[in-house]
Design a binder for this molecule. Structure first.
Ligand code: HEC
Length: 167
């Protein structure tokens, strides 16, 4: 008749074995590509250094081809979760391949980035907790969103001028 102690020991052994086995199932890590090549947001939009630093520190890990993998990405199941974020993040916004989007898709992305910056809901709080980069001060943040707003306004003016010259 197994005692409760024995049952718990078995469960613990089972969990440990499972943990060891899942370490063998790894997602490929993809971090050796250039983040700021000719197709990048940096090259396409030519943002001020402040904006670039904000994106590099806070966003490139999931939104560019240059991810700095954290140590816990080498431990499963956390590696799988990280890989999922990177896959989904790059699918919706890849700052290394920004110029491959149409002009209007670029503007849409920039609008979303402005919303994300205003609302502070990107990156996720879990990422912020594990990656204590010092976040931009409110003044720096205002300069960053200010540049995004100006750029969007300039694009919209250019668009309406182009439209009116067609008429
Ligand atoms: C930990 C990974 C991670 C980091 C870091 C991160 N994001 Fe994201 N981001 C995601 C994921 C995943 C999605 C897709 C969410 C979904 O599919 O619902 C996303 C979506 C977005 C979108 C929405 C695009 C759309 O099409 O709606 C924007 C904009 C965005 N992120 C901006 C940012 C900005 C700006 C930063 C830096 C300040 C940032 N993200 C940092 C993972 C991240």
């Amino acid at each position: 008749m197994p005692t409760l102690r024995r049952i718990l020991l078995r469960i613990a052994q089972g969990l440990l074995a499972l943990f060891l086995v899942i370490q063998l199932i790894r997602k490929p890590m993809d971090n050796d590509k250039e983040a700021e090549g000719p197709k990048s947001f940096a090259a396409t939009m030519n943002p001020p250094v402040k904006v670039l630093r904000y994106l590099r520190d806070g966003c490139y890990d999931c939104h560019s081809n240059h991810t700095r993998y954290p140590w816990y990405a080498h431990v499963q199941p956390f590696g799988w979760i990280v890989a999922g974020h990177i896959r989904d993040g790059k699918r919706s916004l890849n700052l290394s391949e920004f110029s491959t989007l149409s002009k209007s898709a670029q503007n849409k992305r920039l609008e979303y980035m402005l919303d994300a910056a205003n609302e502070g809901d990107m990156p996720f709080w879990t990422y912020r907790m594990l990656n204590p980069n010092s976040p931009p001060s409110p003044t720096q943040m205002a300069a960053i969103t200010g540049w995004m707003k100006e750029t969007l306004a300039a694009q919209n003016t250019a668009k309406s001028e182009a439209n009116s010259s067609v008429k």
